[in-house]
Design a protein around this ligand. Structure first.
Ligand code: PLP
Length: 302
């Protein structure tokens, strides 16, 4: 189910409000339109397509609600700021997301994607949409876990401070590098990747945050390392604290990965998956805790 957001950013109207809708009965003047996802909706001149110049966010719908919706919207706004895009009008996005969720036919798990691009070259008018679609089924991988290789991201741990134009920590549309890293992992007989900074610090996976367990202490690389602040990592830590575990965001060395009792990759749609192998070496797995974490993450919570 596709919604074109016609008033995506604060203080900008694009005048296209009447342009698109294949379902007039669902039209709205709330700053967005329902549209037909099987019909062409996007210009080949859009900088989101030609340059990957834009931002996105992916949200899980649990029990008809979106856990940590406001955290996702805040991150979407931060990503836009890092790319010097105008600020999303949160009231419009909130309403568009709610409409997409409310009108999507029932499916086991629904995922919602928000996209804001720099728009058609030369117009200065952003393009924006909300897409609600059935989520891929990750039930099996949540049980089996993933084999991971570490790969050098090629940037130092302080890249966000020294070179903000590299957009580390923004959820930009340019995910070709992330996809290439996953293909490299597959060439090496693995499923996924943990990126390491050029100076040896653990960063994140191409589409997930990294959690480590040592005894009763859980840690994750801190967001100042030019990584995406994960909404799932945050929710997982809230959950783990209710079980009495300690949690911390820190600087971790690649050697800390090898010492860990267990490692997880966590993200909104796939949720928590155990790392079963790291660079060919087995890693401890806690099936029960993984299941408990996923039960929690799959519920609406806040
Ligand atoms: N890091 C990267 C690079 C990601 O792309 C994602 C999600 O897609 C995450 C971390 C995890 O973020 P979240 O838990 O909010 O889905």
């Amino acid at each position: 189910l596709l919604i074109l957001v016609t008033r995506p950013v604060v203080g900008v109207t694009d005048g296209r409000t009447d342009a698109v809708t294949s379902a007039p009965e669902l039209s709205t003047d709330a700053g967005f339109h329902f549209a037909n996802a099987s019909l062409p909706q996007l210009s080949v001149l859009d900088l989101g397509v030609t340059r990957g110049d834009g931002v996105f966010d992916s949200l899980l719908v649990a029990d008809g609600r979106i856990p940590a919706l406001e955290t996702h919207l805040a991150r979407f706004a931060d990503s836009a700021r890092l790319l010097d895009l105008p600020q999303p009008d949160r009231a419009v996005w909130r309403a568009a997301i709610a409409a997409a969720v409310a009108t999507h036919p029932p499916v086991p798990v629904l995922a919602v994607k928000l996209v804001l691009t720099r728009g058609i070259e030369g117009t200065g008018v952003p393009t924006a949409w909300v897409l609600a679609q059935p989520a891929l089924d990750f039930t099996a991988v949540r049980r089996t876990g993933v084999k991971v290789v570490t790969l050098d991201r090629g940037y130092r741990h302080d890249v966000a401070a020294t070179s903000p134009w590299l957009l580390q920590g923004a959820k930009s549309l340019s995910y070709a590098v992330n996809a290439a890293a996953i293909r490299e992992a597959q060439r090496r007989g693995a499923d996924d990747v943990i990126f390491i900074s050029s100076d040896g610090f653990v960063l994140e996976a191409p589409t997930a945050s990294v959690l480590l367990r040592e005894g009763n202490r859980f840690s994750t690389p801190s967001a100042e390392l030019g990584i995406l602040p994960g909404t799932t990592q945050r929710r997982a830590f809230e959950f783990l604290r209710t079980y009495g575990y300690e949690t911390d965001a820190v600087r971790l060395r690649a050697s800390d990965l090898r010492r860990a009792d267990a490692i997880w990759l966590v993200s909104s749609i796939r949720q928590a998956v155990s790392v079963t192998q790291l660079d060919g070496e087995p890693v401890g797995v806690d099936e029960r805790l993984t299941e408990q974490m996923n039960d929690h993450l799959g519920r609406a919570g806040d």
